[in-house]
Design a protein around this ligand. Structure first.
Ligand code: HEM
Length: 517
């Protein structure tokens, strides 16, 4: 008798279902007992009973309440100390002095946890790669395009795009502009030009609208569905075959990742085959011309991650900084003064390296990175070959914990960047804090917006170039003419996680008006 007939045939159905359900319940109970027992390798790490026993708290706060577990973890640290067991097999740390151990600056092997990387459907990218060595293989072909030297060579393109952004903002005088969208148009055009030699064309369009911004939010929205039910990642991969029958939002996700991005690669390939060369090599024209590199990478997933990771993070930095500079005009004035003294012609800006040496601009950038977080949620690392030994203090007493190899331990920028012992009044935007020479080492250590170690942000130099050049141009040319429009700090404050920081759900964006003179 076939299995399905066995299940449905009268008489046998009840015992068979009972056996299946009973086995599952027994297995679950035994797992919970093991998780709570002293035999579990993390048994000595403190944490709430339910979180040590099951992943239900994480599921409840991230899946049901949507993206709120980081806030709960912050409260756990207040109760249990710097090292907390946040789920049966994962530990969280709230001590910046341990950051180099976790994210390993010494080349020691660190995997990511499968649970973390399940959040994305771009499964074959370096971001989503669990294993240390495989990650290196996948990152190696692209890393050279993001070196400081390479970005410096191509910097003039960023200058051009920054001025297009300023010109467009200056002509947007008739109605309020949502800068979340406007800055996203800029950052997605910048990364697209860097990858493929042509922008998306968002800044050349009439009005402010970015299909990619909308698509990226749809790509990120199901992060917790993918994390807790990884099976659905396959759906995103093969959904292109029935994309026309799917709900609008899911269709946009699939169309972007599986149709639009591959088409961009195809176009680059067709140009190469036809002998068309652009004035400068792009990432994908170089990768496509190199058979070995081409084989090592899944080009579609690589393009997806570069476009995805390079857009909203940078745009959100600009949103946060613009808000605070407009909200505190004395800060804008100070920055404007410094830049005016250093720049003769705002349309002809100094290089990114020269701008970096301006002290107040530098402090504003750091403070902006701190309050825009990059990724506010935890990104755990798994030490492969060694146990990690934590030594610190809790309530005036020394504490020591051993985090065994093979288990995930992470930190969250949404918590680290608010460590009040390092960043007092941490929710306020105070660039001056970066001039405190006595604490400078701790301040630098506590700023982990780009993460650290082998898995740190690949696009950091590109991001810095966009940030310094972009901010200088905006402050000199546009911000003096901008005013906040029906926007409060709630519109730029991190409220929940969608990998990127998201403001409160009722936010209507970060809106400004721009005066014509
Ligand atoms: C203000 C701007 C940015 C911030 C704060 C930022 C932050 C981060 C952080 C925290 C990570 C690590 C995530 C993790 O541990 O799972 C990361 C990874 C990554 N970022 Fe960025 N990022 C920014 C801009 C960019 C740009 C412009 C690109 C352009 C390509 C980019 C590409 C990537 C890639 C490819 C990864 C994955 C690296 C890997 O796993 O090897 N990012 N970024």
């Amino acid at each position: 008798m076939k299995f399905i007939e066995l299940l449905t045939s009268k008489g046998t159905v009840t015992p068979l279902v009972l056996v299946i359900v009973g086995s599952w319940v027994t297995y679950s109970i035994l797992t919970v007992l093991y998780n709570l027992s002293r035999f579990h390798p993390l048994s000595r790490i403190p944490g709430p009973l339910l979180a040590r026993a099951t992943i239900l708290p994480e599921f409840y706060y991230d899946f049901i309440k949507y993206g709120r577990y980081t806030h709960v973890i912050k409260r756990m640290h207040e109760k249990y100390g710097p090292i907390v067991r946040i789920s049966p097999n994962e530990v969280h740390c709230n001590d910046i002095n341990f950051v180099d151990e976790i994210y390993s600056l010494g080349g020691r092997k660190r995997n990511k946890t499968q649970h973390y990387v399940n959040c994305t459907a771009i499964a074959l990218s370096e971001f989503a790669t669990v294993e240390h060595d495989l990650h290196r293989t996948r990152r190696a072909p692209v890393v050279r395009f993001f070196s400081r030297g390479m970005i410096t060579k191509l910097e003039s393109h960023i200058h051009d795009l920054v001025h297009i952004l300023c010109d467009k903002l200056l002509s947007s005088v008739h109605e309020p502009v949502d800068l979340v969208v406007a800055y996203s148009c800029f950052s997605s055009d910048a990364i697209s030009a860097y990858c493929f030699g042509e922008t998306f064309g968002f800044m050349e369009r009439e009005g402010w609208f970015s299909d990619f911004h909308t698509a990226e939010l749809e790509i990120l929205r199901p992060v917790y569905v993918f994390r807790f039910f990884p099976f659905f990642r396959q759906f995103a991969r093969y959904g292109k075959y029935f994309v026309d029958y799917l709900p609008k939002e899911i269709a946009l996700l699939i169309r972007t990742l599986r149709i639009d991005v591959p088409n961009k690669i195809l176009k680059t390939k067709q140009e190469l085959d036809a002998g068309v060369y652009r004035d400068r090599p792009t990432i994908f024209s170089s990768l496509l011309s190199d058979p070995k590199r081409k084989k090592e990478l899944d080009l579609v997933d690589e393009a997806g991650i570069l476009l995805g990771a390079g857009t909203e993070t940078t745009a959100w930095f600009f949103v946060v900084v613009t808000y605070h500079l407009l909200n505190k005009p004395e800060l804008l004035e100070r920055l404007h003064k410094e830049l005016s003294q250093a720049v003769e012609d705002p349309r002809n800006l100094p290089t990114w390296s020269a701008l970096e040496s301006l002290p107040y601009l530098n402090a504003v950038v750091r403070e902006g990175l701190r309050l825009s977080y990059g990724v506010p949620t935890r990104s755990a690392r798994v030490p492969v070959h060694e146990d990690l030994i934590y030594r610190g203090n809790w309530k005036g007493e020394p504490v020591k914990y051993v985090i065994p190899r093979g288990y995930g331990i992470g930190m969250s920028n949404g918590i680290t960047h608010h460590d009040e012992s390092v960043f007092p009044d941490s929710y306020s935007f105070i660039p001056e804090r970066w001039f405190d020479e006595k604490n400078r080492k701790q301040l630098d250590r506590g700023l982990v917006a780009f993460s650290k170690g082998a898995r740190a942000c690949l696009g950091m130099n590109l991001a810095y170039c966009e940030i310094y050049v972009g901010l200088a141009a905006l402050v000199l040319r546009v911000l003096p003419k901008m005013k906040l429009f029906e926007t409060t700090v709630k519109d730029v404050q991190w409220d929940y996680d969608m990998i990127i920081p998201m403001p409160s759900r009722d936010s209507k964006g970060m809106r400004v008006t721009i005066s014509p003179d």
